[in-house]
Design a protein around this ligand. Structure first.
Ligand code: ZN
Length: 67
């Protein structure tokens, strides 16, 4: 098995969406702690910065990314 085969689906998912930067320290976030669908067809990602421990959320509207 190559490393690419072993890549968890969540990495592809995270790559598909833009990675946010931590609003506290600017550290690039890679994988959401949690992703959930919200009303109005959006997705909310909950992030926990591994650099400073800051927790924050981002919201994505499905319509904005062309699905
Ligand atoms: Zn941070």
């Amino acid at each position: 098995m190559t490393p690419q085969d072993a890549t968890p689906a969540v990495f592809s998912f995270a790559r598909f969406f833009s990675r946010p930067l931590c609003p506290e320290c600017g550290h690039e976030q890679f994988v959401p702690e949690q992703s959930s669908f919200v009303e109005n067809g959006g997705i909310r990602h909950a992030w926990l910065c591994e650099a400073c421990g800051n927790a924050f959320n981002t919201n994505i509207q499905i319509g904005d990314i062309g699905i």
